[in-house]
Design a protein around this ligand. Sequence first.
Ligand code: HEC
Length: 128
Amino acid sequence: MTIQSFVPAFFIVALFSLGACNPDKLPVSDEVLESKAEAVAEKKVEEGKKTYESNCAGCHDSGVSGAPKPGDKEAWRERIAPGVAAMVKKSIEGYEGKSGVMPPKGGNDTLTDAEVSNAVDFMMVKLK
Ligand code: HEC
């Protein structure tokens, strides 16, 4: 293929690919995707708040034996560094840290892993 015939062919292919990215042809717009993501996130945090208030606030609101308080940026800075997933795992399994004992699922083994995870998400939202 010579360069003269390659260039127009390239433009035709490029035009077709542009057509494929046309937002009108996408199955779902970005706006819909974003509104779904937001709705799910809000629901998780709302559920997390309920779990937090009845299972975690007893220690975490007052900071009993060094329990990090939601919204206390200094208390969370180092804890959050290994990632929220690591904190969720520790909250589910329980652990003994430098300042005290975090009981598995805050001491309520009827909670599901997802409920504990949502409660941690709620605590994270308070850092905003
Ligand atoms: C009996 C008191 C108590 C209850 C109830 C409790 N916690 Fe804790 N939690 C602690 C203490 C104390 C620490 C800090 C331990 C340390 O790091 O020395 C802690 C630490 C944590 C951490 C930080 C983990 C990390 O990686 O540093 C998270 C997240 C957490 N708790 C979530 C929860 C959630 C969610 C609940 C409710 C389901 C809950 N806690 C209930 C006492 C409690």
